[in-house]
Ligand binder design. Structure first.
Ligand code: AMP
Length: 186
């Protein structure tokens, strides 16, 4: 039997562009947007990021948000649920980390009370790459992260978490291990 109440965000067709600039941006970048998303941030200024995040981006030398960042930041920052799909090297890691960092910074998160941001990755390799990006851009903001994956001793990962962390990045098996043994507080 099929679920007739299920609605897919794509059922209503793609969003209409807010204006000619957005239409051109979508066309030039082969972008498809669904679900009534707010318009993209075509510059970093439009994103109105906290100064320390802008400093880190300035040091990295990025001229403008990548396509996936431009499109997903406004929706994520409006606290919408977002599914963003783009290939490796497209800047999608900062696409989800930056809105998460902003929430952590605005919310006055206490890293001793448990992480505020959980990033699940399918493989250790990917989790590790996300952790590198998270350290590079998060550490200057005082954001602490821990990477948890299987096949490595638990003690070191737990020790880091107990020192306080805002972000847990990990693979599902190890994260679930810690969760079931009440060693992480989500
Ligand atoms: P991804 O694996 O999709 O997250 O892409 C990561 C790569 O994109 C890293 O080399 C980043 O330094 C780079 N990157 C992230 N954001 C930008 C941006 N706005 N402009 C240029 N490169 C970026």
């Amino acid at each position: 039997s099929s679920n007739t109440s299920y609605k897919d965000v794509e059922d209503r067709g793609p969003d209409p562009p807010a204006d000619d600039d957005v239409a051109a941006f979508w066309k030039d970048n082969d972008c498809k947007v669904y679900g009534g998303s707010p318009p993209p941030f075509l510059s970093f200024e439009a994103a109105n990021l906290p100064a320390p995040i802008m400093d880190a981006i300035g040091k990295a030398g990025f001229p403008k948000p990548s396509v996936i960042q431009a499109q997903s930041w406004p929706a994520a920052m409006a606290q919408r649920d977002v599914i963003a799909v783009a290939k490796t090297g497209s800047g999608k890691t900062l696409g989800f980390l930056v809105p998460g960092f902003q929430l952590i910074m605005n919310g006055g998160a206490n890293p001793m009370m448990g992480a505020n941001l959980l990033v699940l990755a399918p493989t250790r390799e990917l989790a590790t790459q996300i952790e590198v990006e998270c350290q590079k851009f998060g550490a200057p903001l005082g954001i602490r992260s821990v990477c948890c994956y299987g096949g490595a001793p638990k003690g070191e990962q737990l020790g880091k978490m107990r020192q306080g962390c805002h972000v847990i990045i990990g693979t599902p098996g190890r994260i679930n291990d810690f969760r079931e043994s009440n060693q992480i507080n989500l």
